[in-house]
Design a protein around this ligand. Structure first.
Ligand SMILES: Nc1ncnc2c1ncn2[C@@H]1O[C@H](COP(=O)(O)OP(=O)(O)OP(=O)(O)O)[C@@H](O)[C@H]1O
Length: 317
């Protein structure tokens, strides 16, 4: 059973920017689904549509089996959205925020208190319950905001860039919290992120987006299968030189296999040894000045760049 089904969702803003271009995705109930993309990829626009704040121009969206365009009012109580700006009242304590939230959702007081205690215990937030939220760091505030949003026991929790700007310790605490929400509460989590590592660690499914289009979707294992392949790194004195020589190399290797990273060309390859020989032979014969060639393990960023570049060139996966 799917929590979210989106088919051919498109959105163009009044200024003519096409933020989403026929995006389709399916999110299974109880999974963590990450939408991964660089700035401007369309992630926030999609989250705004899925959380009923914005209407798509085209496309069909079903949330928990209900048609979004017809049943928005029935869907809203079943979902919660934690945006980049925290919605928590920083003048109030966590307890006060939670009890206030429970009144908004008309949860009876006894039930609300039980729920609040469970959330505070489960997420280890005992030390933050009494003081005004403003007294805590940004990372803690965001975790408190999520705990607050869990008061309404949402079936789907949407998170827009939950760890942006956080240090590694705060990010790890956030990841633990999100895993707990999925594993112990059974809540479906839909999040957006810039960080491939985060998507990899947390998600059951990852969807990579670029320029309003979906580039690929799959499990982190499927994405990591790209990473297992070694890559060649050809070192040049300058970025301009690397860019210039990539044009020459394209007469031998597919353009989709190569990207320029700083002053190097990164080349993904199926057979690293034979490609190393071919590349070295080609560069030496053509008297192309290069500093060296290394066999390297591609990073997650390489995978992302490779996949998004293929999409730019209109190739299939
Ligand atoms: N309200 C708006 N009016 C006009 N254009 C917009 C609006 N909101 C977003 N855009 C444009 O739509 C495109 C997609 O933006 P969106 O915020 O959805 O991307 P994003 O992937 O969430 O990026 P970021 O990580 O920077 O938030 C961008 O080109 C952006 O400038």
């Amino acid at each position: 059973m799917y929590a979210i089904q989106a088919q051919d969702v498109s959105k163009t803003y009044k200024n003519g920017v096409r933020a989403l271009d026929h995006v389709s995705l399916n999110v299974r109930k109880g999974e963590i689904f990450s939408l991964l993309g660089q700035n401007g990829a369309g992630k926030s626009t999609l989250i705004r549509i899925l959380t009923t704040y914005l209407k798509p121009d085209l496309g069909l969206v079903q949330i928990l089996g209900k048609n979004l365009s017809m049943k928005a009012a029935r869907i809203r109580p079943k979902i919660a959205c934690v945006g980049q700006q925290t919605s928590i009242d920083t003048y109030l304590s966590l307890e006060e925020n939670m009890m206030f939230q429970s009144r908004l959702y008309r949860i009876p007081k006894t039930q609300a208190k039980l729920r609040m205690e469970k959330l505070i215990q489960d997420f280890g937030l005992q030390s933050y319950r009494k003081y005004p939220v403003s007294s805590y760091s940004g990372g803690i505030k965001r975790r408190l905001d999520i705990a607050l949003n869990m008061m309404s026991a949402p079936e789907i929790l949407f998170l827009d860039e939950p760890t942006v700007g956080m240090d590694i310790q705060s990010r790890m605490a956030m990841w633990d919290m999100l895993k707990k929400i999925r594993n112990d509460f059974g809540t479906t989590i839909f999040l957006t992120t810039h960080y491939l590592e985060e998507a990899d660690i947390l998600s059951n499914t990852v969807c990579i987006m670029k320029d309003g289009k979906e580039v690929t979707q799959g499990t982190p294992e499927e994405l990591r299968s790209f990473i297992r392949q070694d890559a060649l790194r050809i070192l040049f004195p300058t970025k301009a030189e690397a860019e210039k020589q990539m044009v020459f190399l394209q007469s031998v290797f597919p353009a989709s296999q190569m990207t320029v990273r700083n002053t190097d060309i990164m080349m993904n390859t199926e057979d690293v040894r034979s490609d190393l020989e071919r590349t070295a032979g080609f560069l030496l014969e053509a008297h192309i000045p290069f500093y060296g060639i290394q066999i390297v393990q591609p990073t997650l960023e390489d995978v992302f760049l490779r996949l998004t570049k293929k999409k730019e060139m209109g190739e299939e996966k």
